[in-house]
Design a protein around this ligand. Structure first.
Ligand SMILES: CC(C)(COP(=O)(O)OP(=O)(O)OC[C@H]1O[C@@H](n2cnc3c(N)ncnc32)[C@H](O)[C@@H]1OP(=O)(O)O)[C@@H](O)C(=O)NCCC(=O)NCCSC(=O)c1ccc(O)cc1
Length: 161
């Protein structure tokens, strides 16, 4: 039996669809012509590309760990093993989305992030990414390196404030 009546209907009815805590890292993303489909709204895969850009900026600006050096010099990759997104309100060219990053879970080699797209205080989309720290030499999962874990734990504590 379908239980559609139990699905959240409005942006403010589900916990993950509320704005993230103010302490979370946020980055602005202008919506450009190239992001939109013929209906004039952002084409859904574009949001996943924006999510990864937000993760890169979160590392470099929010954690103070240079994302490019982590990959190119330390040879630590962060492949995505899970991605999902609820799309609540469409966005259009000329608008600016604010992407916020909440660190929901820190595992041995994986981390789960909630990434919300907000506009005028409203959550327009709410996604989840699971990333795994991986050696780029053999493409196997490796424990999250200590310095990265410390930075993430510090971030998690600050975000909750
Ligand atoms: C990442 C992998 C090498 C890990 O494989 P394994 O070493 O066998 O993984 P394990 O089963 O041991 O799991 C490792 C951890 O991931 C977790 N995991 C693994 N799969 C999942 C899924 N699907 N969901 C949630 N958690 C998961 C698992 O629970 C372990 O967690 P911890 O307890 O915290 O350690 C392998 O799963 C893989 O290669 N997957 C394909 C990844 C891929 O192709 N993704 C899409 C493209 S990558 C990409 O877009 C990208 C973006 C940005 C970048 O910087 C890099 C790449």
């Amino acid at each position: 039996m379908h239980e559609y009546s139990e699905r959240p209907r409005r942006a403010d009815e589900h916990p993950s669809h509320r704005p993230l805590p103010p302490g979370c890292f946020r980055v602005q993303r202008p919506i450009r012509f190239s992001h939109s489909d013929p209906a004039g709204i952002v084409y859904f895969p574009v949001y996943f590309d924006m999510f990864n850009g937000a993760v890169e900026d979160w590392f470099t600006q929010g954690l103070d760990i240079d994302y490019a050096s982590m990959i190119l010099e330390r040879r630590i990759g962060l492949p995505i093993v899970h991605a999902d997104c609820d799309f609540l309100i469409p966005s259009r060219m000329g608008e600016t989305l604010t992407l916020g990053v909440l660190l929901e879970r820190l595992g041995r080699s994986s981390l789960q992030l909630r990434i919300n797209g907000e506009h005028d205080g409203q959550v327009r989309l709410s996604g989840s990414l699971t990333l795994v720290t991986t050696s780029l030499d053999n493409f196997a999962a490796v424990p999250i390196p200590d310095d990265i874990r410390v930075a993430m734990e510090r971030y998690q504590a600050g975000c909750a404030l």
